[in-house]
Design a protein around this ligand. Structure first.
Ligand code: HEC
Length: 129
């Protein structure tokens, strides 16, 4: 896809998302995370909620949670979840290309940082006497 067509695409996505789907995301992200935020909002938000916070009636887990920080749930784990789904999450294979998945992951990592989550890393916190 040529970058030239992106403004039109955004307008279309905006209209699509305004009828049904999740309310718009609230987190203000720096420009380099916008693409991922937009991608996330096209499909993932329908189940995980805007900003991946799963507030209210969204059925899928909140991804802005220590449980999903890189040490507990790696980028590859996220990729695998998107492509293969789980028992409860349908596979999203083919809905995003590799680059878009990378953007989504980048955006999720930014959001986790922005939320001030810290990893309960066993290696670091364990006291060996
Ligand atoms: C149709 C609803 C739906 C959509 C769309 C969806 N998810 Fe999920 N997702 C779920 C549910 C339900 C779970 C909980 C799965 C479980 O516990 O096995 C889940 C779990 C996850 C998990 C955690 C998996 C685990 O093993 O703990 C991640 C990460 C995730 N989703 C990311 C995404 C991303 C990124 C997208 C967009 C590309 C997305 N999901 C789209 C419903 C959805």
């Amino acid at each position: 896809m040529k970058t030239k067509h992106y403004p039109l695409l955004f307008v279309i996505l905006f209209f699509l998302s305004s009828c049904g789907g999740a309310p718009p995301p609230k987190l203000q992200v720096p420009p380099e995370y916008k693409a991922g935020q937009t991608q996330f909002h096209t499909i993932c938000s329908n189940c995980h909620g805007p900003d991946a916070l799963s507030k209210g009636s969204f059925k899928a887990p909140k991804l802005i949670d220590a449980e999903y920080l890189p040490g507990n749930f790696s980028d590859d784990d996220i990729r695998d979840t998107i492509n293969n789904g789980t028992d409860k999450m349908p596979s999203q294979r083919g809905k995003f290309n590799k680059k878009q998945i990378d953007e989504i992951i980048k955006y999720l990592r930014y959001s986790q940082k922005a939320a001030g989550l810290s990893e309960e890393s066993e290696e670091d916190s364990e006291e060996e006497e």
